[in-house]
Design a protein around this ligand. Structure first.
Ligand code: KG4
Ligand code: ZN
Length: 333
């Protein structure tokens, strides 16, 4: 690699955040230079993401978000040496906005383009913290995903376990909604939990005694609904649910780490911002790596980091014909 830094611009429009980030790649490693996110407030009134509204708002915002990212990095658009954009999984209409924008930008600048996998982006958001190299275990916990991967070497993802029903973040969102705590539910539950009693509402551990490494959150959701109807205080419900969710995430990940012989675990995705989850992982004997500030929830910098990893690994750029895919499993090994 030449001494000059390479600036990679990453775009994520997979759901309701318009994210553009810029990373600097040098022989010494990779560093986030800008990370701008426009969070779409329009969905709050519906208590969930409205796909068509998300697409439209991406179209309206993406230019401004890119301008902000360039300004934050102190760069001109002509300084960008490669572009990466999420191609899946996600809402297809929303994905298409960032993907087409990224392809157009790469073509106009005559630089390489990389179609990035959203979950790989989440994983790199954490792994890049310490310039971490495989092998490690990766737990991705977000609004749409609860996946546990073994990463035996860079670029190889072995699916260890996943949720059978709701994603972890989805459960936070739904329980926050039913107890009137607002949207998005993760931060609302975490905040209310500070004022609640974590032992007030008894939750049965999902899939207790299983040999596999699967997750399930729909039982917790039903139990929360019943407790709410029985008059549980929102703060107590929040604290008790958070305790149960954190317990099952940490316990299953610990068992998997032992089974796969891994000492290092990367935890990423929106739910990785949860303080109780971070504290519970810190109490284990594992080396746990979380994304830095602003890199937990969906963002463009994580996609730029995925682009940087592709460049470092010598992967060929993607075709400009690459399409958006709603369903795109990451497992390949
Ligand atoms: O990664 P992300 O932005 O989007 C997806 O790819 O799904 O994750 C969003 C999810 C939402 O469900 C949100 O409630 C949850 O992450 N979340 C949290 C916290 N912050 C965001 N969950 C628990 N605690 C938090 N502090
Ligand atoms: Zn995500």
């Amino acid at each position: 690699m030449s001494a000059a830094p390479l600036y990679i611009l990453g775009i994520d429009t997979s759901c309701d955040d318009t994210g553009v980030g810029i990373v600097e790649l040098t022989a010494g490693g990779v560093q986030v230079r800008a990370n701008r996110i426009w969070t779409q407030a329009v969905h709050a009134q519906y208590g969930g993401v409205m796909p068509e509204l998300a697409s439209r708002e991406h179209v309206e915002r993406i230019d401004a978000v890119m301008g902000d990212a360039l300004a934050e990095a102190g760069l001109k658009v002509s300084d960008i040496g490669a572009v990466a954009a999420t191609s899946g999984p996600g809402l297809v209409g929303a994905l298409l906005v960032g993907l087409m924008y990224g392809k157009g930008l790469a073509q106009a600048l005559d630089v390489p383009f990389f179609a990035a996998h959203h979950l790989e982006g989440h994983i790199f958001a954490a792994a890049s913290e310490d310039n971490l190299q495989a092998p490690y275990l990766a737990l991705v916990v977000s609004g749409g995903h609860t996946h546990l991967f073994d990463v035996p070497e860079e670029g190889r993802y072995v699916l260890v376990g996943a949720t059978r029903d709701d994603a972890a973040g989805e459960a936070f969102d739904k329980i926050a909604r039913l107890s009137g705590l607002g949207y998005p539910g993760g931060p609302a539950i975490a905040e209310a939990a500070l004022r609640g009693n974590p032992d007030a509402v008894p939750f049965k551990e999902p899939l207790q005694g299983q040999k596999a490494f699967e997750f399930s959150f729909s039982g917790l959701k039903t139990a929360a609904l019943l407790a709410h109807k029985a008059g549980a205080a929102p703060e107590d419900l929040a604290a008790s649910f958070q305790k149960a969710a954190v317990h099952v995430l940490v316990k299953t990940t610990r068992r998997a780490a032992e089974a796969y012989g891994r000492r290092t675990v990367v935890v990423s995705g929106g739910v990785a911002a949860n303080t109780a989850l971070r504290e519970a992982f810190a109490r284990t004997d594992l080396r746990v790596v979380f994304p830095g500030k602003g890199l937990n929830t969906d963002n463009g910098a994580m996609i730029a980091l995925a682009g940087a990893a592709a460049l470092r690994a010598g992967r060929a750029p993607s075709s400009l014909a690459a399409g958006a895919t709603a369903y795109a499993p990451l497992a390949n090994g």
